[in-house]
Design a protein around this ligand. Structure first.
Ligand code: ADP
Ligand code: UDP
Length: 249
């Protein structure tokens, strides 16, 4: 078991896709999945890594899908952001059941339910070893929780954004659609943008490029992958500014 001396990062921003929370179900939240994630996050906290968390809302509502079904887009995006708050509450519950201190902050004020997002407070909570769950995305329609994750990661000076998803990295094309697609171990922001590699939205990648924030994309349901990354392991795909010869981020 790694100890606190083995950790490569002191502060990370972990992005979990909402769909991951559904487990085998087609909609909603599977508490078993939450417990498993809480366990993995607890391993990071256990070695002294400060964890910020952004959870998507795709297991409940997505503005674009609601809009395609006839709803007003902005209303749909508001519903999507509220969905991320529900996921955040469920995750806080799972973390607390595992005795991991956590806070939920929301970009949309929701007095009496969760704290309003405040960067300095969030940073202090993280300094104290509490997991901070940033909910309601950026608070604005037409954005995604990928962008929210990169934004919050940059704001709280995380060293890396870890995007946990269904696929085990960034591929030359969507691996769910193209079986011949091959995986990158490393990739530059420019390549991801030029080739429009759909694993993460382009606004999020632009923001990371602007602020030189590395992003690692990996498969969440691979047991131990998260811990392996924070101790310097090579899971998934790393997206960076420049690939050095013997590069190691
Ligand atoms: N070039 C690519 N490499 C990897 N995954 C890709 C790529 N293009 C599209 N994808 C898709 O992106 C999805 C991951 O993005 P994510 O934001 O977690 O999912 P969603 O948008 O469904 O919430 C994967 O399930 C995969 O099918
Ligand atoms: O800053 C944000 C973040 C999210 N959303 C809305 O919330 C939904 C859920 O987020 P996302 O699709 O990023 O979730 P994920 O795919 O990660 O589960 C999005 O579709 C948007 O409708 C938004 O309007 N602004």
């Amino acid at each position: 078991m790694p100890s606190s001396r083995d950790k490569k990062y002191k502060r990370i921003l972990l992005k979990l896709s909402g769909e991951e929370l559904m487990g085998e179900e087609g909609f909603g939240i599977d508490p078993k999945v939450l417990d498993k994630m809480a366990l993995e996050i607890g391993q990071l906290v256990g070695i002294g890594v400060q964890v910020g968390l952004v959870i998507g809302g795709g297991n409940l509502f997505r503005g674009a899908a609601l809009s395609a079904a006839g709803l007003d887009r902005v209303t749909g995006d508001h519903m999507g952001m509220l969905a991320t708050v529900m996921n955040a509450l469920a995750m806080r519950d799972a973390l607390e059941r595992s005795n991991i201190s956590s806070r939920v902050m929301s970009a949309i004020p929701m007095s009496g339910v969760v704290d309003h997002y405040d960067r300095r407070k969030a940073s202090r909570f993280m300094d104290n070893g509490e997991v901070v769950i940033f909910s309601a995305g950026t608070g604005n329609p037409f954005f995604t929780t990928d962008s929210a994750a990169c934004l919050r990661g940059i704001e709280v000076n995380a060293e890396i954004v870890l995007k946990a998803t269904k696929v085990d990295g960034v591929y030359t094309a969507d691996p769910m659609k193209d079986p011949t697609a091959t995986k990158y171990d490393m990739l530059t922001y420019d390549e991801a943008l030029e080739k429009k590699l759909g694993v993460m939205d382009l606004t999020a990648i632009c923001l990371c490029r602007e602020h030189d924030m590395p992003v690692r994309v990996f498969r969440m349901d691979k047991a131990g992958a998260l811990l392996n990354i924070v101790v310097g392991g090579d899971e998934g795909t790393l997206i960076v500014e420049k690939i050095e010869e013997d590069s190691e981020q």
